[in-house]
Design a protein around this ligand. Structure first.
Ligand SMILES: Nc1nc2c(ncn2[C@@H]2O[C@H](COP(=O)(O)OP(=O)(O)OP(=O)(O)O)[C@@H](O)[C@H]2O)c(=O)[nH]1
Ligand SMILES: [Mg+2]
Length: 342
């Protein structure tokens, strides 16, 4: 009996994977059909978002993460790893990262690793939903760890980061105004903070700045359990201290070019997963993730239906009436929706 494409993907066959990933990027009906069949097989992978400003070292870090996941300490199970890099300048998409060539070669020859990079422009179905589709394919194909690299610069990236169970925000010293991060809403979604380029001057300052921001943005989280250690609370009797576990984002230093600190990062990622599991947060995040995805698709579908059912001429006429103050914006929007029969 011939193996169907869906079955080949579930078996993790690389050729079938490559094919379906392209179909999803091109938003083809066949790709969407296969995604339907794959979806019941998803929900097993640990989805890890790696995000941060351009040039902070995300790709280098992801490279080392993948390598170290595949080469764990003696006696440990090496999980299979998929990488989705949404990043035109990624070394995975041909950018230069000469120092790491040897390691990249090791990854290339490893059937337990699959790397897919996608240009941030030119995804036909919308970046967030295309990324969600790619991730679902890897999940269904049995990859245990899925690393998703995004450039944390705007709402689209925040949406993509929401795909993940664990979000790692990467900072680097010497990039100037750290407050930018907060403006982009990135710090709020961080489960783990990494100050990369620990070999550069200013790394200590970056850590201090992050620690300050964290304590400003999460004052209620000062009194909580972290990794099973109850933080001492001055002046508050033990029985009045909160017992609910809350996650305080740890701040780590790495040197991605040498791999220093990467094994600690892997440990923190594992701790976060354990925390999510123990507290029931995993289930909540799953629900939120899937709701986000449905909402994104719903908005995109409604918007495209709206755009295709309102003639540009009618739209311009209504807009002119608004500009000449004959019709209010609200009434204009209602009339356009009614006229489109939606
Ligand atoms: N000194 C030093 N340089 C690093 C470190 N990590 C990365 N770099 C360098 O920083 C540059 C950018 O690294 P990338 O890994 O491409 O950074 P990125 O965040 O993926 O960049 P974009 O995808 O373009 O946003 C490269 O030249 C790296 O070699 C580090 O820990 N120390
Ligand atoms: Mg990159």
């Amino acid at each position: 009996m011939p193996v169907t494409q869906t079955q080949a993907i579930l078996n993790g066959e690389r050729l079938a994977l490559t094919r379906i990933l392209s179909q999803i990027e091109n938003n083809t009906p066949e790709g969407n059909q296969i995604l339907e069949e794959l979806f019941p097989h998803t929900g097993n992978a640990h989805l890890i978002g790696i995000t941060g400003a351009p040039g902070t070292g995300k790709s280098t870090l992801v490279n080392h993460l993948a390598f170290q996941y595949r080469h764990p300490p003696e006696g440990n199970h090496p999980p299979t790893v998929a990488v989705v890099a949404i990043d035109p300048s990624s070394p995975f998409s041909g950018g230069a990262l000469l120092g790491d060539r040897v390691r990249m070669q090791d990854l290339v020859g490893d059937s337990g690793v699959f790397v897919r990079s996608m240009a941030s422009r030119g995804s036909l179905g919308g970046l967030a939903s295309t990324t969600a589709g790619l991730v679902q394919v890897f999940d269904a194909a049995g990859f245990e760890i899925i690393l998703i690299e995004t450039v944390g610069a705007g709402q689209a990236e925040v949406d993509i980061a929401r795909l993940a169970h664990t979000t790692v925000v990467v900072e680097a010293p010497g990039l100037g105004d750290e407050i930018q991060t907060i403006k982009a809403g990135i710090l709020e979604i961080a489960d783990i903070l990494v100050v990369n380029k620990g070999d550069k001057p200013g790394a200590d300052n970056a850590i201090r700045a992050l620690r300050n921001m964290l304590s400003l943005s999460q004052p209620e989280k000062h009194t909580v359990m972290h990794h099973g250690d109850l933080m001492e609370l001055e002046g508050i009797p033990k029985e009045n201290q909160p017992t609910d576990q809350l996650w305080v984002p740890p701040i780590l230093t790495t040197i991605a070019t040498t791999g220093e600190g990467v094994s600690s990062l892997i440990e923190e990622i594992a701790s976060h997963r354990q925390y999510l599991m123990e507290t029931g947060e995993w289930e909540l995040r799953e629900q939120t993730r899937l709701k986000n995805e449905v909402d994104n698709l719903l908005q995109a579908a409604l918007l495209s239906r709206l755009n295709s059912s309102i003639s540009p001429k009618v739209y311009d006429q209504v807009l002119d009436q608004v500009i000449s103050r004959q019709v209010s914006p609200r009434r204009a929007a209602n009339e356009l929706i009614q006229g489109a029969g939606l």
